[in-house]
Design a protein around this ligand. Structure first.
Ligand code: ZN
Ligand code: ZN
Ligand code: FE
Length: 751
């Protein structure tokens, strides 16, 4: 018997060639009906037997397109009223408040790269795309995802493109950004007294400019990038000067695996990340020095593969890679609009290459590292945003404002949390504008109606102040959540954990419930509350915020605290610090002037880094910690003996390190022992807490866990001791992930 089936498919099913896929499948199987896009997903109407419907659904799931991600299928049935013949694709239906997923931007696919050589109207057409690839989130203004709601709306399809767009058997059937040499966007080059919009000329001039050691600003998917030859010392030095960035490492784009492996080590899981359609920057170990101006004293480089046709064209002549960095100044957001690029970037660079399609949603390149075969996101933006996190609780109407550093915010739709792209450090007007603009755009795009607002407890965060303003204006309840509770809840939400867990919250800083700065806490927590079970012994931050920028101050602080105010400085430390300044710090702490207390593990890393003579002043966020991690020897696995009765007191740790230092033990050995000792101290604390609380699940959270050495050492020890360990992977462990935790907590507390 034939039945009328109404099927709704939810998940990432728009902008990924899903309707043509449904069409082809239904046609092949001889089914009648139609498919259309809705805000909430893809709707399919089928007329056929129950058996036919089951077969259809099982193939639908099994053979779905690469980028697609079916998460839910609901089926309802009714008697047939009108018999349908054939299978069709109907226009999109908009109207409900429900939404479907917006696809992230997708790297150009192999088929399109091949088309560039064969298709007459797309020979070398740099904006080629199809239903499997091309811009998505960066160009979308509204849902459902159709051409008029993207920044492609102003381009009128030529007849050839239109035919492909309407031909269900074509790879470009309903590919919204479809375009060709005759009808699509094009590049324009300005600079060096030339102006050109001929693509071949542009590539030739860019290639020559890069070979001559020049710098190019190139409009990419989610903003402008700055490029120069990675091997050229002159070019990289100049780029640093232009960007006002004296030490932070640059990412490098390489043409292929062979080129990467000339300089960097790549394992299979790292290669899978690099080569995925998301094309993130992947942190890799350097085996042969590329150019010390690229990554300074570090032995890692963030590498990525080309993701736009123009990248392929440029890289084919530069096998040693191109420095590939965001087009911005200092800590401002990446530039997206052409006028700002002309005003700010053009005077700095040799060539400016833009194109005449608007970037609506700004997205930076994402950054990932791999630990234990698992990706750990550090910056979640292009290729990931705005993919939602599925959770096991209702989150409708929750708006989480995030933290201050590396901010992202999040909103709740049904059982999904949608994390914004990476916004950045909320410390200048440009980033503030980016934040408020994106907040507003997300609200519109996802048809979001806020009901509950949630933010950090820190009163000075820009995000907190915004939350207060919004709450007053909208007359909505506002919840303030402790920073580390939010860190822990983010990991719980990622893994769908309910009940209570033990949480290791190690990070730079966050306002504690007692008014001090936390960052080395062991919490017992669930979504609705937490207890601070243990913490790293507190020490002053002499000079407050300056102590976070100047690790040597933290070295003084620890030596002062652990010696009860009578520090004995190791000779090596005295050789690179000014005795007068040491004296000043001691005075400040003694008189308790601007010396708030902290339990931050980030600051402990700073102290050790300076004590070992690795880094006295941070030129960029966490420089001292990163360099300490990298200096540590892989061969050393032993921890120092510490007192198990007060596991998070670093007194023994410092005593042993100082003794090693005085005896001339290598810095690389001491650095390694420091990591393993901290892991061992953490295990001791957790074991004691497990005995008391009977909790066996441990979540690791906070920016310090970007340190793979500590992460591996601690998770190995915990697993050996029988703990269930949860490590943030899809949601960054740093403050970008805070909004997810805030939203999860609000969802539970507002129920
Ligand atoms: Zn393609
Ligand atoms: Zn065309
Ligand atoms: Fe934090």
């Amino acid at each position: 018997m034939k039945i009328h089936y109404q099927i709704l498919v939810k998940g990432l099913v728009q902008g990924v060639g899903f309707r043509p896929y449904v069409y082809r499948l239904a046609t092949q199987m001889g089914l009648n009906g139609y498919v259309d896009n809705r805000n909430e997903g893809v709707s399919i109407v089928l007329q056929g037997s129950a058996r036919q419907k089951d077969d259809f659904l099982s193939v639908l799931i099994a053979e779905q397109p690469d980028v697609a991600d079916i998460q839910e299928i609901s089926v309802s049935e009714s008697a047939i009223e009108t018999v349908m013949t054939g299978f069709g694709i109907s226009p999109s239906v908009s109207g409900s408040m429900a939404i479907t997923r917006v696809s992230p931007d997708i790297a150009v696919c192999e088929d399109c790269l091949a088309d560039l050589r064969h298709q007459p109207h797309r020979i070398r057409y740099p904006f080629i795309n199809c239903t499997h690839c091309g811009p998505r989130f960066s160009i979308i203004r509204d849902l459902p995802y159709d051409r008029p709601s993207t920044t492609m709306s102003e381009f009128i399809m030529c007849n050839t493109c239109r035919r492909e767009y309407e031909d269900v058997n074509d790879r470009r059937f309903h590919a919204q950004p479809v375009a060709c040499n005759h009808c699509g966007p094009h590049y324009t080059l300005t600079g060096a007294g030339v102006e050109s919009d001929d693509y071949d000329t542009i590539v030739r001039l860019m290639d020559k400019c890069l070979s001559d050691g020049g710098i190019i600003a190139l409009k990419g998917t989610g903003g402008y990038n700055l490029l120069c030859c990675a091997r050229s010392r002159k070019a990289v030095a100049r780029l640093r000067e232009l960007k006002q960035r004296d030490a932070k490492p640059f990412a490098v784009m390489f043409p292929n695996r062979e080129a990467i492996e000339k300089y960097l080590k790549v394992d299979e899981s790292e290669w899978a990340m690099l080569n995925s359609w998301r094309r993130p920057i992947v942190l890799l170990h350097e085996v042969t020095r590329l150019n010390k101006l690229v990554n300074g004293p570090l032995n890692t480089i963030g590498a990525l593969l080309p993701y736009l046709p123009v990248h392929y064209d440029l890289l084919s002549n530069h096998p040693d890679g191109l420095v590939f960095t965001s087009g911005n100044l200092g800590d401002e957001p990446i530039i997206t609009d052409d006028r700002t690029a002309r005003n700010i970037l053009l005077p700095m660079v040799d060539l400016l290459v833009c194109y005449n399609r608007e970037i609506y949603n700004r997205v930076d390149d994402s950054v990932v590292q791999v630990a234990g075969g698992q990706p750990l996101l550090m910056r979640r933006s292009r290729g990931y945003a705005p993919e939602p996190l599925r959770v096991r609780f209702g989150a409708e109407g929750i708006l989480a404002f995030g933290a201050e550093k590396v901010n992202s915010f999040a909103l709740g739709k049904g059982e999904q949390l949608i994390l914004s792209q990476y916004i950045g450090d909320l410390k200048n007007k440009e980033t503030h504008d980016f934040y408020t603009e994106t907040l507003e755009r997300f609200g519109r795009l996802f048809r979001f109606d806020p009901a509950v607002l949630v933010c950090d407890t820190h009163p000075l965060y820009f995000s907190t102040r915004q939350a207060i303003v919004h709450a007053e204006r909208l007359g909505l309840p506002l919840l303030q959540v402790q920073h580390h509770h939010a860190h822990a809840a983010a990991v719980m939400a990622e893994y769908g954990l309910e009940g209570e867990v033990l949480a290791v919250c190690y990070d730079g800083t966050g306002l504690g419930d007692d008014g001090t700065s936390w960052g080395g806490e062991i919490l017992q927590c669930g979504y609705s509350g937490f207890v601070r079970l243990d913490h790293l012994r507190c020490t002053p931050l002499p000079g407050g915020d300056r102590a976070a920028k100047e690790p040597w101050r933290m070295a003084v602080s620890y030596l002062y605290t652990l010696s009860d105010g009578h520090p004995a400085y190791p000779t090596a430390f005295l050789s690179h610090t000014d005795p007068e300044k040491l004296n000043m710090m001691e005075q400040m702490m003694r008189k308790n002037i601007n010396s708030p207390l902290t339990s931050s593990v980030g600051r402990l890393f700073d102290a050790v880094s300076s004590l070992l003579g690795i880094c006295d002043v941070n030129r960029y966020q966490a420089e001292a910690s990163i360099r300490l991690e990298q200096r540590a020897s892989d061969a050393v696995r032993l921890a120092y003996d510490t007192d198990a009765s007060c596991p998070l007191d670093p007194a023994d740790l410092f005593r042993c390190m100082m003794a090693d230092l005085e005896q001339g033990v290598r810095v690389s050995t001491i650095a390694a022992r420091f990591h393993h000792t901290l892991a061992q101290m953490t295990l001791l604390s957790l074991s004691a807490q497990r005995d008391k609380t009977r909790l066996n699940r441990v979540v690791l959270c906070g920016g310090v866990f970007q340190n793979r050495r500590l992460l591996n050492s601690l998770s190995d020890r915990l697993r050996k001791a029988g703990f269930d360990v949860f490590i943030p992977s899809a949601i960054p462990c740093n403050d970008s992930g805070i909004a997810i935790g805030q939203a999860a907590i609000a969802a539970h507390l507002s129920q």
